[in-house]
Design a protein around this ligand. Structure first.
Ligand code: NAI
Length: 247
């Protein structure tokens, strides 16, 4: 039987990039998919790919930083699928600026999506997962949350927060067989990194022992491992997927 047969996974930020790759990876292993992003129509390509693999899927328009919208979405997902076995908190943004130039809005918006969004979805699924006495939450952090980066103090703080949230919630939920882990990707080829200048890209490659940027699929493999039974004795872990950039 496929690893996620009969299980439902909820993935945020699933319209493109890493979120889409995660959704497709879990669907390939049998999961049904609740797909969330800012606008439902942005999710259509992901939904079509999931359907083509014979899995059930629905899309939800939700801003992960809005408490009421998140609670409502989780309720609807439970009505539609009956259960949530896997939550992947992937939606994330950057608003890069040096500290001296960073506005309140730059700070607040990044913390709201990356950290508050992860908290809100985790809280909303905690009760149903504890009740069913099983579940896996995988939070997408970043190596920047471990090592810092000039121009990204807001992003680094949000991702360090995601890792701390991961460990605390892992300790809280473990007795009910709900595991919480994080993946900390390095530099992955998505729209987020497409915008980087060529010289920045060259410098980055020189700092990566495996000498290539990662792919969304590289991250999706790590998520699938942590979300599945192969990791049934792993909780509170942060798995770096960075080509060796951070060890
Ligand atoms: P992306 O920009 O390609 O995709 C992010 C998705 O999140 C988009 O579909 C976007 O619409 C959605 N989103 C943004 N704000 C949202 C909100 N408020 N509510 C709901 N959905 C929202 O980005 P990418 O690269 O796929 O990143 C995914 C995750 O991986 C993020 O958490 C990012 O911080 C993290 N990451 C990415 C790295 C990279 O090099 N690309 C490296 C390390 C971490």
């Amino acid at each position: 039987m496929a690893a996620f047969e009969g299980r439902t996974a909820l993935v945020t930020g699933a319209a493109r990039g890493i979120g889409r790759a995660v959704a497709e990876r879990l669907a390939r292993d049998g999961a049904d998919l609740a797909l969330c992003d800012l606008q439902a129509d942005w999710l259509e390509d992901t939904a079509a790919a999931v359907r083509a693999m014979g899995r059930k899927t629905e899309t939800w328009a939700v801003d992960v930083s809005r408490s009421d919208a998140v609670a409502e979405t989780v309720e609807r997902v439970l009505e539609t699928f009956g259960r949530i076995d896997v939550l992947v908190n992937n939606a994330g943004i950057t608003r890069d600026k040096l500290l001296a130039r960073m506005t309140d809005e730059d700070w607040d918006s990044v913390l709201a999506v990356n950290l508050r969004g992860t908290f809100l979805f985790s809280r909303a699924v905690a009760r149903p997962m504890m009740k069913q006495r099983s579940g896996a939450i995988v939070n997408i952090a970043s190596i920047i949350g471990l090592i810092g980066n000039p121009g990204q103090c807001n992003y680094a703080a949000s991702k360090a927060g995601v890792m701390a949230l991961t460990k605390s919630t892992a300790k809280e939920l473990a007795s009910r067989n709900v595991r919480v882990n994080a993946v900390a990707p390095g530099f992955i080829e998505t729209r987020m990194t497409d915008v980087l200048a060529e010289d920045v890209r060259e410098k980055m490659l020189a700092a990566i022992p495996l000498r290539r940027l990662g792919t969304p699929e590289d991250v999706a493999e790590a998520v699938a491992f942590l979300a599945g039974d192969a990791a049934s004795y792993v909780t509170g872990h942060v798995l770096t997927v960075s080509g060796g950039m951070v060890m």
